[in-house]
Design a protein around this ligand. Structure first.
Ligand SMILES: NC(=O)C1=CN([C@@H]2O[C@H](COP(=O)(O)OP(=O)(O)OC[C@H]3O[C@@H](n4cnc5c(N)ncnc54)[C@H](OP(=O)(O)O)[C@@H]3O)[C@@H](O)[C@H]2O)C=CC1
Ligand SMILES: Nc1c(N[C@@H]2O[C@H](COP(=O)(O)O)[C@@H](O)[C@H]2O)[nH]c(=O)[nH]c1=O
Length: 232
């Protein structure tokens, strides 16, 4: 295995925004969609977010359902996924919930000066927290280096849960296999709201199509699954 099968997952508004500018996390998914995402998490080995998402949302990135945790354990796996964070600065909060929870540990991917910063930040974690490694994945960190390190850790399926900078990084790398979008039935309409993809960064237009695998209604949320180019 040269790299994990990589799935990008994101909930977007009709105008392609993944949050609004307010202080609270915007809910774009509905309950049925969150449950599908939990099932998707349970089928993966690792879950990855950017440092922006860590700062904005302080996510736990756990498999939420006890039945799914048990199903994983019954197959000899950890109940939860290995958690990965990507940061250029290395400035991650050692008290983040992501580092304190789960049973499979965490990896912080950074590079350049960020490596020393992340190591010193993580040294401040409480004793007894699950293990957390810092990996130099280049300056700036690259999707290829991250995927190679995850493969070396035995990760066969990776779920990337954003945010926009990190989705853009994986899309432009050409090293992602699948995209799952949950499209909420509203517009965000704010100029400064975070986008799913940074403008101009990703090969775009009809000359760079994706293959539609599935289009389905989950209540008012539209689930779209795309194939992202051939596996290499
Ligand atoms: N609707 C949804 O499904 C989701 C929504 N969100 C929302 O998205 C928003 C956060 O998105 P966004 O701001 O784009 O943040 P990201 O989570 O994409 O993280 C951005 C950070 O990643 C690091 N980074 C940026 N570029 C690179 C690069 N080329 N190489 C390595 N590291 C890089 C930087 O970290 P550093 O600053 O440390 O250098 C940067 O601040 C939040 O509002 C969150 O709520 C998030 C996930 C899912
Ligand atoms: N708002 C939003 C999402 N937001 C993202 O979902 C993650 C939740 O992690 P956790 O809190 O650990 O379960 C986190 O990364 C957050 O940014 N996801 C979605 O599927 N739909 C949504 O509407």
């Amino acid at each position: 295995m040269d790299r994990p099968y990589t799935i990008l997952s994101c909930a977007v508004s009709v105008d392609g925004r993944i949050d609004d500018t307010g202080p609270e996390r915007l809910r774009l998914s509905n309950e049925a969609d969150f449950d599908e995402i939990d099932e998707l998490r349970a089928t993966c080995d690792a879950i990855l977010v950017g440092a922006g998402t860590l700062r904005a949302d302080d996510p736990r990135l756990l498999v939420r359902s006890p039945e799914r945790q048990e199903r994983r354990r019954a197959r000899g796996r950890t109940a939860h996924l290995l958690k990965a964070v990507v940061t250029r600065s290395g400035d991650v909060d050692p008290g983040a919930r992501l580092f304190a929870t789960g049973d499979a540990g965490a990896v912080v991917y950074t590079g350049g000066d960020g490596t020393a910063v992340a190591r010193s930040r993580l040294a401040a974690r409480p004793a007894g927290d699950p293990p957390a490694d810092v990996v130099d994945a280049g300056d700036p960190p690259s999707a290829a280096a991250i995927l190679a390190d995850l493969a070396a850790r035995g990760v066969e399926r990776l779920l990337v849960e954003g945010g926009g900078h990190i989705h853009t990084m994986f899309l432009t790398s050409g090293l992602a296999d699948e995209l799952r979008l949950a499209v909420a039935p509203f517009f965000v309409g704010e100029e400064g709201a975070p986008r799913f993809v940074l403008p101009g960064a990703y090969p775009h237009g009809p000359a760079a199509p994706m293959r539609l695998l599935e289009a389905r209604a989950l209540g008012d949320v539209a689930v779209l699954r795309y194939r992202l180019g051939e596996r290499r």
